[in-house]
Design a protein around this ligand. Structure first.
Ligand SMILES: *[C@@H]1O[C@H](CO)[C@@H](O)[C@H](O)[C@H]1NC(C)=O
Ligand SMILES: *[C@@H]1O[C@H](CO)[C@@H](O)[C@H](O)[C@H]1NC(C)=O
Length: 141
């Protein structure tokens, strides 16, 4: 019983100390522009990220779309919804530092919505969300 309690203590402790933050809670952009959405998560200075799972979705008025999926450190482009295909890139260099930088290009007004990323590693799970508002291109006459 003691060991079970110790196990649960560590499981809960891990969950509580693994955080996913957003660097900005909301973004605004015009259509056809590009934007970089950024999340940060608790990273370890040593060890590899073979057990890194990332699942990012956009919840919009037009539906819920998968924008990015990484399974055990490997990108799964097939999971991505057509609405975002070819428009999302992750910055792999900064993943190790615990930063998820998603570059979304050629924004559309219907991309507006809530963006959330679930992150799981072998030492915890959490998620973070931000808002994106894409306005119509300004016309100058
Ligand atoms: C998350 O945000 C909290 C509060 O601002 C900060 O103390 C913590 O260092 C941040 N952690 C990460 C991984 O960004
Ligand atoms: C937006 O990103 C696309 C593809 O990554 C690039 O070709 C284009 O030049 C970028 N546009 C701006 C305004 O930065």
């Amino acid at each position: 019983v003691f060991f079970v309690k110790v196990f649960f203590f560590f499981a809960l402790w891990h969950e509580a100390t693994f955080v996913v933050n957003v660097t900005q809670s909301s973004y605004e952009a015009e259509e056809n522009q590009n934007i970089t959405l950024e999340w940060t998560f608790t990273s370890r200075t040593q060890g590899s990220y073979r057990e890194l799972f990332i699942y990012c979705e956009a919840i919009t008025d037009h539906g819920v779309f998968v924008i990015y999926h990484m399974h055990k450190g490997v990108e799964i482009p097939a999971s991505q919804d057509d609405q975002f295909s070819g428009r999302v890139q992750i910055d792999k260099d900064v993943l190790r530092e615990g930063r998820i930088r998603l570059h979304v290009s050629r924004l559309r007004t219907e991309d507006s919505g809530l963006y959330l990323c679930d992150v799981m590693t072998d030492y915890g799970f959490n998620s973070g969300r931000c808002r994106l508002k894409v306005t119509g291109e300004k016309k100058y006459y």
